[in-house]
Ligand binder design. Sequence first.
Ligand code: GLU
Length: 286
Amino acid sequence: MRLRTRFAPSPTGPLHLGHAYSAILAHDMARAAGGDFVLRIEDIDRSRSRAEWEDLIYKDLSWLGLSWETPVVRQSERLHLYRQTLQSLWNEDLLFACTCNRRDILEAASAPNESEPAVGPDGIVYPGTCRDRKSFGDPVMPTNTALRLDMAKAIDDRPATFEETGRGPEGESGRIDIHPIALPGEIGDVVLARRDMGTSYHLSVVVDDADQGITHVVRGQDLFEATKIHVVLQDILSLPRPEYHHHRLIRDEAGKRLAKRDDARSIQSYRDAGATPDDIRRMVGL
Ligand code: GLU
């Protein structure tokens, strides 16, 4: 099978050294195997995405010497696909509408004994408030509300696995076994459609990786736990499972992971200060 990797930035700020590392790794992996490198613009968050950040992504990546397939896919142009997928999950009774806000969730999750609520890759594990109210078999999927996956219904008894060719945060590598029975308690009913977006990161990324024929997902270790959600979604949607390569995160001198607001470490600021693409490779340890 021809190897296809991708880099999937959100145009919500300037790319920094961490993005450069991720993009170069994915690009070089594809080139070394004679495969394809795909760039996907993850702009479902319309309130934070900006055309100027998208333009800067193209500029930064070209300057780094990377080339990618065209036309570039933008998630904001594929909302109909995500909607179709949600509709099929709704028809199978795997989703429920949720009207809780952050405060409702925090209160309900801490309520039983005032203990610290469990936290998963998406924050506090949803306490189930709206799931318990859901009306089964409703053919009409609501449009102006969040939709959550009913995790307990979505999982199968069989252990699910994925292949990790990089490392998770605890050094996890090779065949990773996911024990589905633990997922409702560890991850819970994740949001698959946010009220303001009509989709979510998890849903869009799984649909697009499959639709774009991605064979190897290269991304930061911060998304290792989210991969468990993606594996569940791939299984219930009968989508192929790519291999995963989670890589170390680039940190600042204090050991803090770089964020979009760290403008001082943006690729653009290094370029403006006279750095070369080779300097950037060296800075990220490549
Ligand atoms: N769009 C995500 C980000 O910018 C990346 C998602 C992924 O690689 O799966 O962090």
